[in-house]
Design a protein around this ligand. Structure first.
Ligand SMILES: Nc1ncnc2c1ncn2[C@@H]1O[C@H](COP(=O)(O)OP(=O)(O)OP(=O)(O)O)[C@@H](O)[C@H]1O
Length: 271
């Protein structure tokens, strides 16, 4: 991948937090490039800096040094072009499903007709067209997550940032949402960064899996060269997939040589 293909870039990014107990180096000298329309997952042990990286890309935090760029522009704060979905999706309980999704459009001056059409389209993409008038308390956890994703997509962001969005869900719901997410990604052509604790999920969905080593640095980036659309059932038993999963599990949280810290990590363009 050449530098011109890079859409989302972290350039020598470090993030330190000052706390009562001292300085926490959450991320150290991170270099990462993601091409436009790429799907990248971040995995690694708890506390290794995955959420911090996502928050930096979202513009909710600033790097202590280095910079984050999206489509060439340095990220200086939140922007509707970067949609964020957190672990336990918080919906507005007093708003209906459609009104929650529509919220993402109220910050800009999208006309009512365009907004209605977009909300309708997003809800049908996630299979909730018939629940538009329901309230969040009337929905299952999986449905709430679907609404959260639709809300993040409403302003038509270029980048979708997902922080363990499926972690509270049972296996069947999780897999169904993974399929939906791939469908959305394919139809809407977003650049996606997903934080997950589940190696299988990362491999199933991504073009590349970024494996953090537990010391604030990236241990390795594993490319996932599987055809799309993916067949979850077949892939589950594919020896190539097992080998990738093992590589990721072996790299996660293991000691990395200091020499790797300055390596530049690049994900390959989608084929
Ligand atoms: N606002 C903050 N103030 C102080 N320290 C923080 C803050 N946010 C994160 N940290 C610390 O930075 C490190 C990285 O945290 P981060 O949440 O990015 O990890 P993570 O990989 O997402 O973890 P998990 O998988 O458990 O969600 C941790 O040591 C955490 O305690």
């Amino acid at each position: 991948m050449t530098d011109e293909d890079t859409f989302l870039a972290l350039e020598n990014v470090s993030k330190r937090y000052e706390t009562g107990e001292g300085t926490i180096a959450a991320l150290k000298g991170i270099d990462l490039s993601v091409h436009e329309g790429g799907f990248v997952s971040l995995v690694g042990p708890s506390g290794c800096g995955k959420t911090t990286l996502l928050r930096l890309v979202a513009g909710l935090e600033s790097p202590s040094s280095g910079r984050v760029r999206v489509d060439g522009d340095v990220v200086t704060g939140p922007d509707p072009d970067r949609g964020l979905v957190f672990q336990s999706t918080t919906l507005y309980p007093w708003r209906t499903v459609a009104e929650n999704v529509r919220f993402g459009l109220e910050v800009d001056d999208t006309s009512a007709t365009v907004a209605d059409r977009r909300v309708e389209r997003l809800l049908s993409m996630v299979g909730l067209a018939d629940r538009a008038d329901a309230y969040p308390s009337e929905l299952s956890g999986g449905m709430r997550t679907r609404v959260g994703i639709s809300r993040a997509l409403a302003p038509d962001p270029e980048v979708l940032l997902l922080d363990e969005p499926f972690s509270d869900l049972d296996v069947a719901t999780r897999e169904s949402l993974q399929e939906d997410l791939l469908g959305i990604w394919n139809d809407l052509d977003k650049t996606v960064v997903l934080v997950t604790h589940t190696v299988g999920e990362a491999v199933r969905l991504s073009d590349a899996v970024v494996v953090f080593d537990g010391r604030g640095t990236i241990g390795t980036v594993v490319d996932v060269d599987l055809d799309r659309p993916r067949d979850f059932e077949t892939d589950r038993f594919d020896p190539y997939v097992s080998a990738i999963r093992n590589t990721i599990r072996d790299s996660r949280g293991t000691d990395q040589s200091t020499a790797r810290r300055s390596e530049k990590h690049t994900t390959k363009p989608r084929h």
